[in-house]
Design a protein around this ligand. Sequence first.
Ligand SMILES: [Zn+2]
Length: 282
Amino acid sequence: MKLTFLGTGTPEPYLRRASSGYLIEHGADRILFDCGGGVFDRLLQAGHLPQNITHLVFSHLHSDHMMDYARLVHAAWDARGVPLKVFGPAPMARITEQLFGRDGVFGDDLRARTQTEPSQQIWLARGGTLPRRWPTPEVVEIAPGDTIAEPGWKLTAVEVPHAQPALICLGLRLEAGDKVFAYSGDAALCDGMKQLAADADLLLHWCYRMDGEALHPALDPMAPTPGQIAAMANAVGVKRLRLTHIRPHMDQPGHHQAMLAAARQVFDGDLAIAEDLDQITL
Ligand SMILES: [Zn+2]
């Protein structure tokens, strides 16, 4: 199993870090966790093509986790890609219909591409056949507690506190072969996340706040610090920990060292702050 970090940032505009996106390669599968703004370009930079993505899994539907969804689906369709399965919390199906349905955001674009003579001729010249079908991602809405079994791997979702009640927010655990990858989404510390992360070969956890940094009394309990995340990871036997969802000010001189120092006080395993295009093989 190989993980490539495609987006380790936040909604804040930042060239160094795209919004959330993480690619897992396992066997012939290309499983993309979240697809925030900038992830599409990072995918290309990492040497991958959108039409080769086999699965897309959303932790939740905050914009910074799904802004490039439409671009990925449209580009994969235009390149006659492999069938794309999309797993995400409700209203994943409604959003997909609102984008790619007959009356959706891209309805007129798709009518133009599939029905006008010049576009049809270009499509034929590119090796396509007529009639040209519309994009048809297979959407499966997942709910807290669900387990998805695909050939060669299993995905478990639990609800994590983040942006309820507006959004269903999930933490995710991928088991493939004898390896476990756990992804927090944007989780507050909770028992569900501990269960997901138990004995994980890698825990990828969001980190929106440094130790000693106060954002707002309502937000601080929802945004665990490196020290808090690392203590949880250590308690449940995580082997490797990567911190992600990093804000621009957290990259200022000295801050990484402080974040890692706070985490190392309570975590014995391999530890780092994720960077776009970094890779880890499990
Ligand atoms: Zn979020």
